[in-house]
Ligand binder design. Structure first.
Ligand code: AMP
Ligand code: GLY
Length: 420
């Protein structure tokens, strides 16, 4: 079977790597991939935003299954388009992807189906929003409605900070804004909860805790993710039942009432407040770096899981996991998430040897003349799985020290809440 994966990050490299274990896979294509995927897949540099060219490539090369890594093509409807040509695609439709593409869509769904989430209001002008904020309690959370790569969220501790947020959003910092979302601040601990769905059956796909902030102690600016560990320390049977019954099932029922089927990964970003789950946001894909953290623990053939979802037969397979702890640390270019230098060579990568409990997934890397260069903010993901988090952490930082890449940095405290 030939498989194609859309994306170029650590998430997509980990999907390639875990798919490669399957004896059903003959070829893997990555659109466009990175230096890591180029070792195990064919990196194809075509503009997938031109859906027709992309479809022609898939048909010409007889690719049997397409997996969509990031949210943008999903929100833009790539699944709907490719399915019109009978191409098998793993990922939700454009309609279902509104769960991530529009925060207001999701909030309204929460309201209609009693899904626990922060109290909120939607405001259509700067004036209305500011009038409301003048009599609000702080901290408060202000969000742009559209896809903003995790950046369109402001936690404001006073009125003047909230004024800046409102002005920036309505002035178009995250694209054209017709409205803004103002939310109650939830004080709890975050957790990422994943399921996979074929439209009829859902199965758990693991839990994780990521570290989104750039500085140690979870301080500083938001990033794509500086590291993660799995499972989350918060998960237990009771909490999982609440998440499924109060959040996931009502969401899928709500979509179903709108004639929307959900096929793909669904990532619930949750805040756990006194053992109760609240939905902060949905993502219609795996998390990055949560995907790299979770997938190495998978025992079941990943290609079988994707195919069974596309064929509506997820009920026919068991998804099995290693009962291990996993920890991932992201090595970034110095300066990230602000300005950073590009095209910096990374040496000594060939010294890393992968094993069943030690992985290196590339993100912003490019191979040129047999050398590997950093071209993005988040560059490499080191993952270790072990019986305990302590051991996993030690193994990961040992590899990062061995590499000793002078132009990079990482957080030294990934997993601090689960490691004494
Ligand atoms: P989002 O893009 O909606 O996930 O928000 C980014 C981050 O902002 C989340 O990971 C949380 O850390 C924080 N956040 C968002 N909404 C809230 C909220 N209502 N209360 C507290 N923190 C929040
Ligand atoms: N790790 C956060 C995300 O993928 O959105």
């Amino acid at each position: 079977m030939k498989v194609g994966i859309i994306g170029s990050g650590g998430r997509e490299h980990s999907i390639c790597e875990i798919l490669k274990r399957s004896n059903k896979i003959s070829d893997i294509y990555c659109f466009p991939g990175n230096a890591g995927t180029s070792k195990i897949a064919k990196n194809i540099n075509i503009n997938i935003e031109k859906f027709e060219d992309f479809k022609n490539f898939i048909l010409d090369n007889k690719i049997d299954l397409i997996i969509v890594g990031p949210e943008k093509p999903l929100v833009e409807g790539i699944v709907n388009y490719l399915e019109r040509f009978n191409i098998k695609v793993f990922g939700p439709s454009k309609e279902a992807s509104q769960l991530e593409g529009s925060k207001i869509f999701t909030k309204k769904l929460c309201e209609d189906y009693n899904i626990p989430t922060a109290k909120f209001g939607v405001f259509v002008s700067k004036n209305d929003a500011k009038k409301f904020l003048a009599s609000s309690n702080f901290p408060t959370v202000i969000k742009a409605d559209n896809l903003a790569s995790g950046k369109g969220v402001y936690i404001c501790s006073n009125f003047s900070e909230s004024e800046i947020a409102i002005n920036e959003i309505f002035d178009g910092k995250f694209g054209k804004a017709e409205n803004v979302l103002i939310e109650e601040f939830l004080d709890g601990e975050e957790m990422s909860y994943f399921i996979i769905s074929d439209g009829k059956t859902i199965k758990n796909f693991g839990t994780a805790q990521d570290h989104k902030r750039v500085l140690e102690g979870d301080k500083g600016k938001n990033t794509g993710g500086m590291g993660a560990y799995s499972p989350s320390r918060l998960i237990n049977n009771d909490l999982e039942k609440k998440i499924i019954n109060k959040i996931i099932k009502p969401t899928l029922q709500g979509l179903s009432k709108m004639n929307i089927e959900y096929k793909g990964f669904l990532y619930a970003g949750l805040m756990i407040v006194k053992d109760e789950p609240f939905l902060i946001e949905y993502n219609v894909r795996m998390g990055d770096p949560e995907c790299q953290t979770i997938l190495p623990k998978l025992k079941t053939d990943l290609s079988k899981i994707f195919l069974s979802c596309c064929d509506g037969e997820l009920d026919k397979i068991d998804i099995e996991w290693l009962n291990k702890k996993s920890l991932c640390v992201v090595l970034c270019s110095k300066g990230y998430p602000d300005e950073f230098k590009k095209d910096i060579e990374i040496q000594k990568l060939e010294n890393f040897t992968q094993s069943s409990n030690k992985y290196l997934f590339h993100a912003g890397t490019l191979k040129k003349n047999n050398k590997i260069f950093a071209v993005g903010g988040r560059v490499l993901n080191f993952v270790s799985i072990s019986d305990n988090f302590n051991e996993a952490k030690k193994n990961v930082y040992k590899e990062i020290n061995n590499l000793n890449w002078k132009d990079g940095f990482c957080r030294k405290d990934i997993g601090y809440k689960v490691i004494s």
